[in-house]
Design a binder for this molecule. Structure first.
Ligand code: S3P
Length: 172
């Protein structure tokens, strides 16, 4: 069976939805950030602080390009993972890639109290989110499927994904 890869901006709910899907489908759920933390032995923030973003991106590439070779996985990726074109292409070729989309307003609301995301350590959070969103959203749109999550419950989103997977796998 094929893997399911969730991509999208920070705070969109990739991990929460991924866990729910994993339970529903009896697929193993893996969060790439958790895997990176296990390997590094320190938190994502500490990796950024001590070694910088570039080193984090190398670990992210290694972790994701390795785990995608297992079967029957639901993988939740960090929001910046697919900015690496090579990595995005690997994920597209080895799984069904689903982009969880949300408006900037929704994302700001979900991220305004976040303090464990180094990419958002900036004076003007709203501006920073907008800047990254504009840069990243066109890339996320290369996913096989995009689901708008605005105003939807986790259950709604989960059901939409299940429908997509069903149709994709049966060709309907
Ligand atoms: C990042 C997103 C984070 C994490 C790291 C970098 C990004 O994951 O990988 O802080 O560049 O968008 P989430 O998308 O799960 O917050």
């Amino acid at each position: 069976m094929v893997n399911i890869v969730l991509i999208g901006f920070m705070g969109v709910g990739k991990s929460t939805i991924g866990k729910m899907l994993g339970d529903k489908l009896s697929y193993r759920f893996l969060d790439s950030d958790d895997e990176i933390e296990k390997i590094a032995g320190v938190s994502i923030s500490d990796i950024f602080n001590s070694y910088g973003e570039e080193y984090f991106r190398e670990l992210e590439f290694q972790v994701l390009s390795n785990i995608i070779d297992e079967a029957k996985l639901i993988i939740s990726t960090g929001g910046g993972a697919v900015m690496n074109r090579k990595l995005f292409n690997i994920l597209l070729s080895k799984g069904i890639v689903i982009h969880l989309d949300a408006s900037i307003e929704t994302l700001y609301d979900r991220l305004k109290d976040s303090n464990d995301r180094p990419m958002l350590y900036h004076d003007d959070l709203e501006k920073r989110i907008e800047e990254l969103y504009k840069l990243r959203r066109p890339i996320y749109m290369r996913a096989h499927y995009t689901i708008n999550t605005d105003g939807k419950t986790k259950e709604d989103i989960n059901n939409e994904i299940l429908q997509i997977i069903n149709c994709d796998l049966t060709g309907n």
